[in-house]
Design a protein around this ligand. Structure first.
Ligand code: NAG
Ligand code: NAG
Ligand code: NAG
Ligand code: NAG
Ligand code: NAG
Ligand code: NAG
Ligand code: NAG
Ligand code: NAG
Length: 594
């Protein structure tokens, strides 16, 4: 018996040592960036796909979903494994070219594709490895929400995060992350167990609640400027048996606005944790969309009790029980989000709508000029890669890029009559193409400490999002700006860090509240040279000066416009090895104690 146990001890020690060797092996000790003459040579030596300013496809590759702020990076690179990310960061550091880590490309201000920067687009790091026993997954830092939800749903799991399938998971977590089930399960960042980060000096750090715990705290809601996250370990949620998704379509009658808005803000934040409601208003449409983790038997009565179905004591036309039940999307398999609404037939099993590729956006209509040539030259602009990540489904549809201006505000409780009157005044003047969306917080969130992670906005009742087309039309501009001047005074002053807004007078405080000082300390500790910097970083010291010519000849020829699908390489390597090492270590320790 004892002999067997000691054999086991040797076995564990050997695996421990092998693991350590493997971890060391994946560092990039053999890569010497200072032996190259230029950042171009350095990047070329990494072997990654790269698109430079003169290449066809540059105009589509440089921007993501949001195009209001046009930026012109020096190069866009597409690493396929963590080692390449390390090498690119070393090139960036050596030649003092700011790196722009990019996951989903949803930044409002284009911070993932900064002027003259080296974009490190990690969308090829998109693997998903599920452990059904521990109910966890190790996923690549470049995964987008759509493909993540599909692969989890195939194993009867889900995760709590946003509703847009093209959004990158890492971007969501770095903002905190709110999903329609956050009222019950917490934010996206709350469900993260571990991360692997490539730091400014090219090294890899593992972070979790024990190791580098301060950094682990910061990367969940504290912005995306600490390093490049190449892997996450996630705590999964077993998919619910029954989910009810519903819509209450109100008649578009401005007289109803104030009655519904008042009832809504009295109810949404104190509703049961299983029920999430959002009020959504455009200039033609006025509705509540909801999501309930259970069946529909009680929902009508709850909404009715909350006065959301009556006006001056009488039932609202079209909001009777029968009409609402027709809108119920009954008992769908759950895909993790409101992704259902992307499916016009509401069949809930149309995974293809979520099967988003690495470059899912439609062609960028903006033109730009370099050396008297206007790009994109129509004849040479290539098509955009649209194939989905999962070959078993048809690819998701091409996603539109958006040229929009947005506002985000948080409210601590129900809206009072003065606030409601001001808001109704603006809703009545809403320009076409705009919307207002009011999300209910509450549930679990206010019971948590606002410093549980770097995501500060837990003790709030509502999150208001306003979006308008970004245009030179003075009426539209004035309209969205009035939300700042007229409505923000009723809010608690905070703003969601995932909706960067350059108009905010004191954005670090408004995004991070009382967590700001601690985040600044962590940023100084882990990136003292401020290699990762953008207009939204915590410490606004200007980044390193760019030295060489911006529009120099690019000596490389690239066949592929936008690099394509996932590589077959093993991208799970490090966290998995790390977890094995830790496991072996514990077994050894237990043996030794015993
Ligand atoms: C990026 O460069 C473009 C073109 O030179 C310029 O219009 C834009 O203002 C720059 N953006 C920032 C944030 O500096
Ligand atoms: C990273 O990818 C490159 C190119 O495919 C490959 O040569 C290299 O071996 C990979 N490195 C690791 C550690 O997987
Ligand atoms: C998922 O759950 C369904 C319904 O309970 C079951 O039929 C199916 O086998 C499960 N799939 C997996 C991969 O466990
Ligand atoms: C609705 O209100 C009635 C009367 O206050 C109460 O008895 C009932 O339990 C409520 N229903 C729900 C589903 O909350
Ligand atoms: C929705 O259903 C209709 C009727 O069955 C069908 O013709 C149509 O193609 C479907 N649309 C999509 C996007 O699946
Ligand atoms: C750009 O246009 C100007 C004026 O037409 C001309 O003088 C200059 O040589 C052109 N530059 C290039 C690189 O073609
Ligand atoms: C976090 O907040 C709690 C109160 O909710 C406080 O006791 C604790 O000291 C705070 N921790 C830090 C590191 O600020
Ligand atoms: C509503 O709240 C604002 C401040 O948030 C306050 O100035 C105003 O007097 C309140 N109005 C009413 C009717 O209570």
């Amino acid at each position: 018996m004892k002999k067997v146990l000691f054999n086991e001890l040797y076995y564990q020690i050997i695996w421990f040592l092998v693991g350590i060797v493997l971890l060391v092996d994946v560092s990039c000790a053999s890569f010497n960036p200072s032996s190259y003459k230029s950042i171009e040579d350095c990047v070329s030596a990494t072997g990654v796909s790269v698109i430079s300013k003169n290449d066809p496809g540059y105009n589509d590759a440089r921007v993501g979903e949001r195009v209001r702020f046009q930026q012109y990076p020096r190069m866009i690179t597409y690493p396929t494994n963590t080692t390449q990310v390390q090498q690119l960061v070393l090139c960036s550091n050596t030649f003092k070219i700011t790196p722009s880590p990019r996951n989903g490309g949803h930044s409002n201000t284009g911070t993932s594709s900064l002027n003259d920067s080296l974009v490190i687009d990690i969308s090829n790091l998109n693997s998903v490895d599920i452990d059904t026993v521990s109910q966890t997954a190790i996923v690549g830092g470049g995964i987008r929400l759509g493909p993540l939800y599909i692969q989890l749903a195939q194993k009867n799991f889900t995760f709590i995060s946003g509703i847009c399938p093209t959004t990158g998971l890492t971007g969501v977590i770095s903002s905190g992350g709110f999903g329609l089930q956050s009222r019950k399960y917490g934010t996206t960042g709350d469900l993260v167990l571990e991360a692997q980060i490539v730091m400014a000096d090219g090294s890899i750090l593992i972070t979790n609640s024990i190791i580098n715990a301060d950094l682990f705290w910061a990367i969940r809601g504290g912005g995306a400027t600490y390093g490049i996250i190449t892997q996450w370990k996630l705590q999964l949620i077993p998919a619910w048996q029954t989910v009810t998704v519903f819509t209450i379509e109100y008649p578009y009658d401005p007289n109803l606005f104030s009655s519904v808005l008042k009832s809504f803000t009295n109810f949404g934040h104190i509703a049961p944790d299983d029920l999430s409601t959002t009020l959504f208003i455009t200039n033609t449409n006025f509705k509540i969309v909801g999501h309930y983790l259970g069946n529909d038997d009680q929902i009508y009565e709850k909404l009715s009790n909350a006065s959301l179905l009556t006006y001056n004591g009488s039932p609202i036309k079209g909001c009777d029980r029968e009409s609402i039940e027709q809108n119920f999307l009954l008992r769908c398999d759950h895909l993790g989000a409101r992704a259902y609404f992307l499916d016009p037939n509401k069949t809930c099993t149309r995974y293809d709508y979520l099967n988003i590729g690495t470059s899912p956006y439609a062609s960028n209509s903006f033109t730009y000029t370099i050396q008297n040539v206007t790009y994109p030259p129509a004849a040479t602009a290539p098509g955009v890669v649209t194939q989905g990540i999962l070959s078993v489904y048809p690819p998701g549809p091409l996603q539109a890029r958006e040229d929009v201006k947005t506002k985000s505000m948080y409210f601590d409780g129900p809206f009072n009559d003065t606030a409601i009157n001001v808001i109704i005044g603006l809703l009545k003047q809403m320009p076409s193409g705009s919307f207002a969306e009011l999300l209910s917080y509450g549930g679990l969130l206010p019971t948590q400490s606002t410093n549980l992670t770097a995501f500060f906005h837990r003790n709030v009742a509502y999150h208001l999002l306003i979006q308008a087309p970004s245009t030179s039309d003075p009426t539209t501009n004035a309209w969205i700006n009035q939300w700042d001047s007229n409505v923000r005074p009723f809010s608690n002053g905070q703003s969601y860090q995932g909706f960067e807004d350059p108009d905010l007078p004191n954005f670090p405080q408004q995004y991070f509240g009382n967590n700001l000082q601690r985040l600044q300390n962590i940023k100084s500790k882990y990136d003292p040279q401020q290699l990762f910097s953008s207009q939204s970083t915590l410490n606004t010291t200007p980044s390193n000066q760019q030295t060489s010519s911006l529009f120099g000849q690019c000596p490389f020829v690239h066949d592929e416009a936008v690099p394509a699908r996932r590589s077959s390489g093993n991208k799970m390597f490090n966290l998995i090895i790390w977890d094995k090492i830790m496991f072996n270590l514990w077994v050894i320790v237990i043996f030794l104690i015993w």
